[in-house]
Design a protein around this ligand. Sequence first.
Ligand code: AMP
Length: 220
Amino acid sequence: MRIIFLGPPGAGKGTHAKLLTEHYHIPHISTGDILREASRNGSPLGQKVNAFMREGRLVPDAIVTEIVAERLKQKDAKEGFILDGFPRNRSQAESLDELLSTAGLAADLVIYFDTPEETLVRRLAGRLVCKRCGANYHLVNIPPKVQGVCDLCRGFLTQREDDREETVRKRLLVYQDETAGLVDYYKQSKKLRVVSGDLELHKGQEILVSLFEKEHLIND
Ligand code: AMP
Protein backbone atom coordinates (compact mmCIF):
# COMPACT_ATOMS: atom_id res chain seq x y z
CA MET A 1 0.00 0.00 0.00
CA ARG A 2 2.29 2.75 -1.29
CA ILE A 3 0.27 5.84 -1.85
CA ILE A 4 1.12 9.39 -2.84
CA PHE A 5 -1.22 12.24 -1.91
CA LEU A 6 -1.06 15.08 -4.38
CA GLY A 7 -2.86 18.41 -4.22
CA PRO A 8 -2.59 22.03 -3.19
CA PRO A 9 -2.10 23.22 0.38
CA GLY A 10 -5.44 23.10 2.18
CA ALA A 11 -6.83 20.20 0.09
CA GLY A 12 -7.04 17.97 3.19
CA LYS A 13 -4.13 15.65 2.38
CA GLY A 14 -2.69 15.68 5.89
CA THR A 15 -6.03 15.33 7.65
CA HIS A 16 -7.09 12.37 5.50
CA ALA A 17 -3.67 10.75 5.69
CA LYS A 18 -3.60 10.92 9.50
CA LEU A 19 -6.99 9.19 9.78
CA LEU A 20 -6.17 6.54 7.18
CA THR A 21 -2.81 5.60 8.64
CA GLU A 22 -4.42 4.98 12.04
CA HIS A 23 -6.73 2.58 10.25
CA TYR A 24 -4.23 0.75 8.08
CA HIS A 25 -1.15 0.85 10.33
CA ILE A 26 1.15 2.33 7.75
CA PRO A 27 3.04 5.56 8.38
CA HIS A 28 1.95 8.98 7.21
CA ILE A 29 5.10 10.56 5.83
CA SER A 30 4.64 14.30 5.53
CA THR A 31 7.71 16.26 4.49
CA GLY A 32 6.01 19.41 5.83
CA ASP A 33 5.55 17.77 9.29
CA ILE A 34 9.17 16.53 9.32
CA LEU A 35 10.49 19.96 8.36
CA ARG A 36 8.25 21.76 10.89
CA GLU A 37 9.43 19.47 13.66
CA ALA A 38 13.06 20.15 12.73
CA SER A 39 12.27 23.83 12.74
CA ARG A 40 10.54 23.63 16.17
CA ASN A 41 13.55 21.80 17.62
CA GLY A 42 15.98 24.34 16.20
CA SER A 43 18.08 21.49 14.75
CA PRO A 44 20.69 22.23 12.03
CA LEU A 45 18.14 21.00 9.45
CA GLY A 46 15.51 23.29 10.95
CA GLN A 47 17.82 26.28 10.75
CA LYS A 48 18.56 25.52 7.10
CA VAL A 49 14.90 25.34 6.08
CA ASN A 50 13.29 27.99 8.29
CA ALA A 51 13.42 30.88 5.86
CA PHE A 52 12.10 28.84 2.91
CA MET A 53 9.13 27.66 4.93
CA ARG A 54 8.32 31.00 6.49
CA GLU A 55 8.20 32.57 3.02
CA GLY A 56 6.17 29.75 1.47
CA ARG A 57 8.97 28.74 -0.90
CA LEU A 58 10.04 25.17 -1.61
CA VAL A 59 12.96 23.83 0.39
CA PRO A 60 15.77 22.72 -2.00
CA ASP A 61 15.19 19.33 -3.65
CA ALA A 62 18.41 17.77 -2.34
CA ILE A 63 17.37 18.38 1.28
CA VAL A 64 13.84 16.99 1.01
CA THR A 65 14.83 14.07 -1.19
CA GLU A 66 17.44 13.00 1.36
CA ILE A 67 14.84 13.22 4.15
CA VAL A 68 12.43 11.03 2.20
CA ALA A 69 15.14 8.52 1.24
CA GLU A 70 16.08 8.09 4.91
CA ARG A 71 12.48 7.90 6.07
CA LEU A 72 11.50 5.25 3.51
CA LYS A 73 14.35 3.02 4.73
CA GLN A 74 12.80 2.78 8.19
CA LYS A 75 11.19 -0.47 9.19
CA ASP A 76 7.66 0.89 9.59
CA ALA A 77 7.60 1.95 5.93
CA LYS A 78 8.35 -1.52 4.58
CA GLU A 79 4.70 -2.53 4.27
CA GLY A 80 3.63 0.76 2.77
CA PHE A 81 3.10 4.44 3.46
CA ILE A 82 1.11 7.50 2.58
CA LEU A 83 3.43 10.16 1.25
CA ASP A 84 2.02 13.66 1.72
CA GLY A 85 3.70 16.80 0.35
CA PHE A 86 6.36 14.94 -1.64
CA PRO A 87 7.01 15.01 -4.55
CA ARG A 88 6.40 18.69 -5.21
CA ASN A 89 8.04 19.06 -8.61
CA ARG A 90 9.19 16.96 -11.55
CA SER A 91 12.70 16.49 -10.23
CA GLN A 92 11.42 15.19 -6.87
CA ALA A 93 8.99 12.88 -8.69
CA GLU A 94 11.85 11.41 -10.73
CA SER A 95 14.00 11.01 -7.61
CA LEU A 96 11.14 9.18 -5.91
CA ASP A 97 10.67 6.83 -8.89
CA GLU A 98 14.38 6.08 -8.75
CA LEU A 99 14.43 5.58 -4.98
CA LEU A 100 11.54 3.12 -5.14
CA SER A 101 12.73 1.27 -8.22
CA THR A 102 16.21 0.80 -6.68
CA ALA A 103 14.40 -1.01 -3.86
CA GLY A 104 12.39 -3.04 -6.42
CA LEU A 105 9.24 -1.08 -5.56
CA ALA A 106 6.82 1.39 -7.12
CA ALA A 107 3.97 3.60 -5.93
CA ASP A 108 0.61 1.81 -6.17
CA LEU A 109 -1.62 4.83 -6.42
CA VAL A 110 -1.48 8.60 -6.61
CA ILE A 111 -4.52 10.40 -5.23
CA TYR A 112 -5.06 13.91 -6.52
CA PHE A 113 -7.31 16.04 -4.29
CA ASP A 114 -9.02 18.35 -6.75
CA THR A 115 -10.07 21.42 -4.75
CA PRO A 116 -11.45 24.86 -5.68
CA GLU A 117 -9.24 27.77 -4.68
CA GLU A 118 -11.89 29.42 -2.48
CA THR A 119 -12.09 26.24 -0.38
CA LEU A 120 -8.30 26.20 0.00
CA VAL A 121 -8.16 29.79 1.17
CA ARG A 122 -11.04 29.29 3.62
CA ARG A 123 -9.46 26.16 5.07
CA LEU A 124 -5.98 27.59 5.42
CA ALA A 125 -7.25 30.79 7.01
CA GLY A 126 -9.12 28.81 9.70
CA ARG A 127 -6.52 26.11 10.27
CA LEU A 128 -5.02 25.66 13.72
CA VAL A 129 -2.13 23.38 14.66
CA CYS A 130 -0.95 22.09 17.99
CA LYS A 131 2.36 23.66 18.95
CA ARG A 132 3.38 20.52 20.79
CA CYS A 133 2.28 17.53 18.66
CA GLY A 134 1.41 19.11 15.31
CA ALA A 135 -2.23 17.84 15.20
CA ASN A 136 -4.46 19.83 12.81
CA TYR A 137 -7.77 21.51 13.63
CA HIS A 138 -10.06 24.01 11.97
CA LEU A 139 -12.00 26.80 13.65
CA VAL A 140 -15.26 25.70 11.97
CA ASN A 141 -14.79 22.27 10.33
CA ILE A 142 -12.73 20.44 12.98
CA PRO A 143 -12.95 22.47 16.18
CA PRO A 144 -11.09 21.19 19.26
CA LYS A 145 -13.21 20.15 22.27
CA VAL A 146 -11.80 23.03 24.31
CA GLN A 147 -11.08 26.24 22.46
CA GLY A 148 -7.37 26.75 21.84
CA VAL A 149 -6.35 23.40 23.37
CA CYS A 150 -5.29 20.18 21.60
CA ASP A 151 -7.65 17.23 22.22
CA LEU A 152 -4.74 14.81 22.03
CA CYS A 153 -1.94 16.30 24.12
CA ARG A 154 -3.45 19.45 25.72
CA GLY A 155 -0.89 21.53 23.81
CA PHE A 156 -1.58 25.12 22.78
CA LEU A 157 -3.23 25.64 19.36
CA THR A 158 -1.86 28.30 17.06
CA GLN A 159 -1.98 29.43 13.43
CA ARG A 160 0.87 28.12 11.27
CA GLU A 161 3.20 30.93 10.35
CA ASP A 162 2.85 30.06 6.67
CA ASP A 163 -0.99 30.06 6.86
CA ARG A 164 -1.04 33.86 7.05
CA GLU A 165 -2.81 35.44 4.10
CA GLU A 166 0.30 36.78 2.32
CA THR A 167 2.12 33.45 2.54
CA VAL A 168 -0.94 31.42 1.57
CA ARG A 169 -1.12 33.35 -1.69
CA LYS A 170 2.56 32.67 -2.33
CA ARG A 171 2.16 28.95 -1.55
CA LEU A 172 -0.76 28.64 -3.97
CA LEU A 173 1.33 30.28 -6.69
CA VAL A 174 4.26 27.96 -5.97
CA TYR A 175 1.85 25.03 -6.18
CA GLN A 176 0.58 26.17 -9.59
CA ASP A 177 4.08 26.80 -10.93
CA GLU A 178 5.90 23.78 -9.59
CA THR A 179 3.54 21.04 -8.43
CA ALA A 180 0.33 21.15 -10.50
CA GLY A 181 2.15 19.65 -13.51
CA LEU A 182 2.64 16.41 -11.59
CA VAL A 183 -1.00 15.55 -12.24
CA ASP A 184 -0.05 14.97 -15.90
CA TYR A 185 3.16 13.19 -14.91
CA TYR A 186 1.19 10.61 -12.92
CA LYS A 187 -1.67 10.43 -15.41
CA GLN A 188 0.80 8.92 -17.85
CA SER A 189 1.69 6.18 -15.39
CA LYS A 190 -2.04 5.32 -15.08
CA LYS A 191 -1.79 5.45 -11.29
CA LEU A 192 -3.63 8.69 -10.83
CA ARG A 193 -7.07 8.77 -9.22
CA VAL A 194 -8.93 12.04 -8.75
CA VAL A 195 -10.91 12.64 -5.55
CA SER A 196 -12.74 15.84 -4.68
CA GLY A 197 -10.96 17.79 -1.95
CA ASP A 198 -14.15 19.77 -1.36
CA LEU A 199 -16.09 17.12 0.58
CA GLU A 200 -16.88 16.80 4.25
CA LEU A 201 -14.22 14.81 6.05
CA HIS A 202 -16.25 11.62 6.62
CA LYS A 203 -17.45 11.56 2.99
CA GLY A 204 -13.90 11.99 1.69
CA GLN A 205 -12.73 9.15 3.97
CA GLU A 206 -15.50 6.85 2.70
CA ILE A 207 -14.52 7.51 -0.89
CA LEU A 208 -10.82 6.91 -0.20
CA VAL A 209 -11.46 3.65 1.65
CA SER A 210 -13.70 2.32 -1.12
CA LEU A 211 -11.09 3.32 -3.68
CA PHE A 212 -8.39 1.39 -1.80
CA GLU A 213 -10.70 -1.62 -1.58
CA LYS A 214 -11.43 -1.47 -5.29
CA GLU A 215 -7.72 -1.35 -6.04
CA HIS A 216 -7.09 -4.26 -3.60
CA LEU A 217 -4.73 -2.17 -1.53
CA ILE A 218 -6.17 -2.96 1.87
CA ASN A 219 -3.69 -4.64 4.29
CA ASP A 220 -5.88 -6.69 6.61
P1 AMP B 1 3.20 21.43 3.77
O1 AMP B 1 3.00 21.14 5.22
O2 AMP B 1 3.25 20.19 2.91
O3 AMP B 1 2.25 22.47 3.24
O4 AMP B 1 4.68 22.07 3.64
C1 AMP B 1 5.01 23.25 4.34
C2 AMP B 1 6.29 23.82 3.74
O5 AMP B 1 7.36 22.89 3.89
C3 AMP B 1 6.24 24.13 2.26
O6 AMP B 1 5.65 25.40 1.98
C4 AMP B 1 7.72 24.09 1.90
O7 AMP B 1 8.40 25.25 2.35
C5 AMP B 1 8.21 22.92 2.75
N1 AMP B 1 8.09 21.62 2.03
C6 AMP B 1 7.32 20.56 2.39
N2 AMP B 1 7.46 19.56 1.52
C7 AMP B 1 8.33 19.98 0.58
C8 AMP B 1 8.88 19.41 -0.60
N3 AMP B 1 8.54 18.16 -1.01
N4 AMP B 1 9.75 20.15 -1.33
C9 AMP B 1 10.11 21.38 -0.94
N5 AMP B 1 9.62 22.00 0.15
C10 AMP B 1 8.75 21.30 0.92
